[in-house]
Write a protein that binds this ligand. Structure first.
Ligand code: NAG
Ligand code: NAG
Ligand code: NAG
Ligand code: NAG
Length: 532
């Protein structure tokens, strides 16, 4: 459970929301590390004249796919009505110059990685507007910040105040998990989520693509997996082309895609497509007709996994693959006489954790042979499976605060940790549950500074039992924004009243950009969401 029951800040927030009216700009979400906005001055941002451009010293220029396309996108987000944007010319206010973007390192065609630098500096004044970054990924973050700065007067004219920003993320891994197995999410819903992720400076899309209920990933090596395991093999699948579209949409926004193929549990949907892969369960002496987790005692199982992960490691360019490993139910294994015999032969006795470890170790060896790293759910660590030192352990179990202890144990053993336990956004409750999400401090566990260094970030999770395309977006946004700020901004950025005002403002920005984000509380936006 996500433990979001308490809302200590609520009376305060009630008051704030009554007083709050649409601000005059410079509320940025997530809060930059250093932001200074002058209370006056600035310049007029004219749709007719304003352009993004490359700085003279930039190592990348026209033809850089990532930035060329970002310029187009952000220009349209700034001026949704195009060049004929309404507005009055105020001769007393200077017109802003173009925003020049300067990137120090060449490289526009690659993919972002865990090591990519996303720092940037932004200087805005009537004399010059300059965005500098080490990499194109940092430039993308800076463009996002820049487009959150302008404000409009009552005539619809855009202004941007004199502003200085120096910014970088607190954690390098800031992820969001979507579950496309429990409900199929159409491609457009995934692409829209990637857009909104970029607005929040999230940089990892954790694609929990298959699970027990359905197998929508269309495999070239094993086409029967989706043919027999998808809800509908014609309409409810992700074709190789769909996957390429997701990867490129994400790349252009500086977002990594980490696919998850969870085994040996959570694999019911694999069964029909690969006969013999799952363990047959017994009722007494007889086969019951049901199937359990992947059958770990057959050589064919590892042949299937070798071929399957060969494909996966080529399709998904990121170094990391998420291999799951959570919630393995031993009941079926226990019922099966062949498994019992294998256990005796291997000297496992009746310790099924050892059988699970046996499977996972072989799987990890297969995946590392493709030069890939892996992320696994915490049970793999809890069950003492021998993993490579560079494995990332994903902490998800939330039992009365024990995730802090788990993070301490994981990092004490020298593994890197990712936090999701307090960030299960599929859990909802009445009231402002973003507050509990926001108040989490990922490093609030007992440990040395070296241990804290091993926490590479976290992920907001949107499991799909009760979520499909109808409620995905309002359930995600702006609530996931609370996680985004926790992972991007300085640890000291925790003031609930300030966060409320900025998040409410940011939610209005999301509406303007066409994202159907739900309200935090009473209030209004200048531009409400238009269903038509
Ligand atoms: C931006 O400048 C305007 C005046 O031009 C001022 O009213 C507003 O408070 C300034 N915004 C910030 C965040 O200081
Ligand atoms: C499975 O593979 C192992 C090692 O490669 C081999 O010793 C064993 O005989 C194989 N088992 C079967 C049933 O083929
Ligand atoms: C099963 O084996 C694991 C090590 O693989 C060990 O940690 C655990 O205590 C064992 N469980 C039992 C019930 O013996
Ligand atoms: C975070 O903010 C505190 C207080 O303003 C400051 O001392 C610290 O250096 C900041 N951390 C980083 C990484 O900038």
């Amino acid at each position: 459970m996500a433990g979001l029951g308490a809302f200590p800040g609520l009376p305060l927030l009630l008051l704030v929301s009554l007083l709050w009216v649409s601000g005059s700009g410079a509320s940025v979400w997530p809060q930059p590390q250093f932001l200074s906005v002058a209370p006056l001055g600035g310049c007029l941002l004219s749709a007719g004249r304003f352009r993004f451009g490359y700085g003279g010293a930039s190592a990348v220029g026209p033809g850089c796919s990532v930035l060329d396309q970002a310029f187009l996108r952000y220009w349209e987000l700034l001026f949704p009505f195009g060049r004929r944007q309404a507005g009055k010319d105020h001769s007393d206010v200077p017109v802003c110059p173009n925003l020049l973007v300067s990137v120090a390192e060449p490289g526009c065609d690659g993919y972002p990685s865990l090591d990519s630098r996303e720092n940037y500096k932004l200087t805005v004044s009537e004399a010059q507007m300059l965005l500098t970054a080490d990499t194109v990924w940092g430039a993308l973050r800076g463009l996002e910040t820049f487009t959150q700065l302008p404000w409009r007067d009552e005539y619809g004219t855009f202004y941007v105040n004199k502003t200085d920003v120096v910014d970088f993320p607190r954690f390098p891994h800031r992820g969001l998990l979507l579950d496309t197995s429990r409900h199929y999410l159409p491609l457009s819903a995934i692409l829209e989520t990637l857009d909104a992720m970029a607005y929040n400076k999230f940089n990892v899309f954790h694609w929990h693509i298959v699970d027990d209920p359905s197998f929508p990933y269309e495999s070239v090596a094993f086409p029967d997996l989706s043919r027999k395991g998808a809800y509908n093999p014609a309409t409810h699948v992700y074709t190789p082309t769909d996957v390429k579209i997701v990867l490129e949409h994400a790349r252009l926004r500086g977002i990594r895609v980490i696919p998850e193929f969870d085994t040996p549990g959570h694999t019911q949907s694999w069964g029909p497509g690969v006969p013999g892969l799952l363990t047959p369960c017994y009722a007494g002496q007889k086969l019951s007709g049901a199937y359990g987790p992947v059958n770990p005692i057959l050589n064919t199982t590892y042949e299937v996994m070798t071929k399957f992960f060969d494909e996966v490691s080529l399709v998904f360019p990121d170094f990391y693959i998420h291999l799951g490993g959570d919630e393995v139910d031993f009941t079926c294994w226990k019922s099966n006489p062949d498994i019992q015999e294998f256990m005796q032969k291997m000297g496992f006795g009746t310790n099924f954790t050892m059988l699970e470890s046996f499977y996972i170790q072989r799987l990890l060896d297969i995946v590392s042979s493709y030069d890939k790293g892996y992320v696994v759910w915490q049970e793999v660590f809890d069950n003492e499976v021998k993993v490579k030192p560079e494995t990332v352990i994903h902490v998800w179990k939330e039992n009365g605060g024990s995730y802090q202890e788990e993070t301490a144990r994981v990092t004490k053993a020298g593994y890197r940790a990712l936090l999701s336990a307090p960030w299960y956004l599929n859990h909802i409750s009445y009231g402002q549950d973003w507050v509990g999400v926001y108040q989490v401090e990922p490093l609030a566990f007992e440990g040395t500074p070296e241990q804290k260094e091993l926490v590479i970030g976290g992920e907001a999770c949107m499991w799909g039992e009760y979520v499909d395309v109808t409620n995905l977006t309002p359930r995600l946004w702006p609530r996931a924004g609370a996680v985004a700020e926790r992972l991007w901004s300085n640890q000291t950025v925790r003031d609930l009243q300030d966060a409320y005002v900025r998040l409410a403002d940011f939610r209005c920005l999301l509406l303007r950009r066409g994202i159907r984000a739900e309200p935090l509380f009473t209030g209004y936006c200048d531009h409400e969401y238009n269903i038509f």
